[in-house]
Ligand binder design. Sequence first.
Ligand code: CP
Length: 316
Amino acid sequence: MSNHTATKSEPVTHFLTIKDCSRDQLDRIFDFAYKLRGQREQGVINDPILKGKTLGMFFEKPSLRTRVSFEQGMYELGGHAIVLGQNEVGLGKRESVADFTRVLNGMVHGIAARVYNHEHLREMAEHATVPVINMLSDISHPAQALADAMTIMDAFGRGLNGKHVVFVGDGNNVARSLAMICGKLGAAFTLASPPDYALEQAFADRVMAACPGMDFTMCHDPFQAVRYADAVYADTFVSMGQEEEKSKRLKTFKDFQVNEKLMAEAPDHAIVLHCLPAYRGVEITDAVMDGPQSRVFQQAHNRLHAQKGMLAVVMG
Ligand code: CP
């Protein structure tokens, strides 16, 4: 999380990337997440720690999990959410990013945004005196990474030291945030991608600077990569905004499907993750997604719990 002094008042804590979160902040998020989930599972209503607070949520792209988990999370913490789409806001067209932020800043207690361009989130953070929360950008998906880490902890315990997460597919925004949270929590991370779809060297350098000593690897052979995996992660080969590259990407990624043959190379205890939505039969098969190693729906549900933990820390 980054602390910016947007005005002369108190510094504000934003949630833009996992890189900006300290280990202590991540631990506090997960402490809250587990406590709040535990209460919910016992039928206990969470304390209304965000009572009287409103989160303004802006979506430039479609969403199911992110929208529902944030809106429901605010409700369960006693707060409120307002959802805005690009058709009504016209970010960068009808109104500048700065003016959008200045207006919301005086009316709500937090601004959450899903944008194509990560720079727009940075610009919001510059102009906001309330927290700005990243709900996915072209660069990163830190809210997803919280749920991913929580699901791995559910399987192996809170200490992820020495655990090995293998992401099979495109070095995309989800992979970046996952790699960074693995490093922060002491887990090893491998990306198995086609040669032209690895994570950029500048990002690898940032990970290693933020997480010195991390076991961070990139390779092009998924079968070798999963051999010592504790978690195997699949994601779409064609992200939102890449539709024009679809046929090329489907050809390039054909050997990177998470299927029964690949999982036969992984240890029996390895779990399977996917951030969803999944294109069944493309990046993951039905047999794996619905099989005994899959945790994908638990992972989707953890979006709610992990983000409530984050909202409690950032807005509470
Ligand atoms: N994983 C994820 O962010 O899902 P949505 O795009 O449905 O929000």
